[in-house]
Design a protein around this ligand. Structure first.
Ligand SMILES: Nc1ncnc2c1ncn2[C@@H]1O[C@H](COP(=O)(O)OP(=O)(O)OP(=O)(O)O)[C@@H](O)[C@H]1O
Ligand SMILES: [Mg+2]
Length: 422
């Protein structure tokens, strides 16, 4: 059984609503809604009412396409207010017996018992790995025997005010937030292979207002960070450098932009729309490339600094995977490889069918990744429901009325409602 889920990717430039369901290992996209983002700055809601309008617009489109209504959604979160740390938590295993879900939870709680200031709250607590009685490298401890379980957790926190504004914007649009998911963690779900995550890889999502980094090693998240710089800064530099309006600079970037100065000929001339009644001006494609390359170099310099600061720079044999709208700039892969010094590829969302032509570019990595995340969570919940139902059924069969269960439909109907609808 697959329950459709809804997700919201509220970016600095675009707001995406998706409705999707599980299809084996993949997701099937049932509805897509897309609206230009208003009320957002560098990945953060700065005007609740405007952001809510964009969300409502995207939601409406997705609902119409899927012919379903969205009640709750998995919602992406980003912004420079996001911080992350790795922390350890320990829990004793009662009487040296098998590890249960309860023991794992107590270890996770201990890992989260870090000093979080009043103005911040935990967005994610993700188990990176476990050790059992000092034995490292345990991935799934449930059912294993021991006395002491230790968890290595990755804890992501965010500013309470920014989180509240995000909640408010989504709720004003008439949607309940089921869970917040850090955007680069979501994007990793859509563009990374299992092998890359196991080997060690840095996912770099270059959006409009932010560049999000998530480092995956041994199959899980080890480091996350959101930098307040993105494709809009490239456009801004062009607008300033060429003295052109932002919209004209954006168009030039898309049509003629490259971050490889050597590939742009100075004699190739581009016409620029001008301000007001000023005359049309011209620029050379080389000039455009010089501006874009300089800023892109600075961005990858910041990414490299972050990767080094994480301390995991020596643990990334699978290199860097770029995604996000700005990863489509001509020449970006070579420049990233040169500055960061790691093998680099540009990743598009994978493992999906249905209405995929609308969401197949790297700009939709986060949106599609959120859908993967949501579908898996919904799956876990269904599994839990099914297990509860199975347990209830077992109990009833083992119970005193068990022999009566086959006695007749009227009797079964009379007995079963007690165990719930499922
Ligand atoms: N083909 C392209 N070439 C160059 N840049 C592009 C291209 N397509 C989109 N972009 C740029 O990508 C950026 C938007 O990317 P994206 O849609 O991933 O951002 P977002 O999710 O709205 O924002 P964020 O995640 O930063 O909050 C814009 O700056 C846009 O100019
Ligand atoms: Mg984005």
């Amino acid at each position: 059984m697959s329950i459709p889920v809804a997700v919201l990717d509220i970016g600095t430039t675009k707001t995406v609503a998706l409705i999707a369901e599980a299809a084996g290992d993949e997701i099937r996209v049932l509805g897509v809604g897309l609206a230009p983002s208003e009320g957002m700055r560098k990945g953060v809601v700065v005007d609740v009412r405007l952001a809510a309008q964009s969300i409502a617009l995207a939601v409406e489109q997705a609902e119409r396409m899927a012919n379903m209504s969205i009640e709750g959604a998995y919602v992406g979160i980003a912004g420079a207010h996001i911080a992350s740390i790795n922390s350890r938590g320990v829990a004793p295993i009662p009487h040296g017996r098998a590890v249960t879900q309860d023991v794992v939870q107590r270890a996770m709680d201990a890992a989260q018992a870090i000093a979080v200031p009043d103005n911040r709250e935990v967005v994610h607590a993700i188990a990176r790995g476990y050790s059992l009685d000092g034995q490292d490298g345990v991935r799934d401890p449930i059912g294993m025997m021991g006395y002491r379980l230790e968890v290595e957790a990755h804890i992501v926190t965010g500013a309470v005010a920014s989180i509240q504004n995000l909640y408010k914007a989504v709720e004003t649009a008439g949607v309940r937030v089921i869970e917040l998911v850090l955007e680069p963690i979501a994007a990793g779900e859509a563009v990374l292979t299992l092998a890359e995550r196991d080997l060690g890889v840095a996912l770099v999502d270059i959006g409009g207002g932010t560049t999000d980094i998530a480092i995956f090693i041994d199959g899980s998240v080890w480091h996350t960070v959101v930098l307040p710089i993105g494709g809009m800064h490239l456009t801004n530099d062009l607008a300033v450098g060429l003295r052109a309006p932002f919209a004209a600079a954006e168009e030039i970037k898309m049509k003629y932009g490259t971050v490889t100065v050597d590939d742009a000929r100075p004699e190739e001339i581009i016409e620029l729309a001008a301000f007001g009644d000023e005359e049309m001006r011209v620029a050379s494609r080389r000039e455009v490339a010089e501006i874009l390359q300089a800023r892109a170099e600075e961005m990858f310099g910041m990414v490299l600094t972050e990767i080094k600061r994480s301390g995991y720079d020596g643990l990334l044999p699978a290199g860097v995977v770029l995604c996000g709208g700005a990863s489509q700039l001509v020449g970006i892969k070579a420049l990233a490889r040169e500055i960061i010094g790691l093998p680099t590829r540009v990743g598009s969302p994978q493992k999906m069918d249905g209405l995929i032509e609308r969401v197949s570019s790297p700009a939709y990595a986060t949106s599609v990744g959120l859908a993967h995340w949501g579908v898996r969570q919904a799956d876990v919940q269904t599994l839990q429901l099914t297990e509860t139902a199975a347990r209830a059924k077992r109990r009833s069969e083992e119970g005193v009325f068990a022999p009566l269960l086959n006695a007749g439909d009227w009797l079964r109907r009379a007995l079963l409602p007690e165990h719930g609808e499922n």
